[in-house]
Write a new protein. Sequence first.
Length: 71
Amino acid sequence: MSGHNKRRNSALVYEFLVKHVAKCLVSDDKASSNRALKILKKYYRPGTEVYKEFRLIDSLARTHVSTQAVA
């Protein structure tokens, strides 16, 4: 188990919030969905530190390399 990683945590929080919004929309809980969306819009908007951290870890997670030598 690894220690605290702020960048990875920002990506996890983003994922949890998006999943929560989806769950709320399916269950027609608009109030809870709107609260989570406000959090996303406030902290994950371009220019914020959390957004920059999220973009960094997201790009690392999505990068595909063809060989070990390239990595």
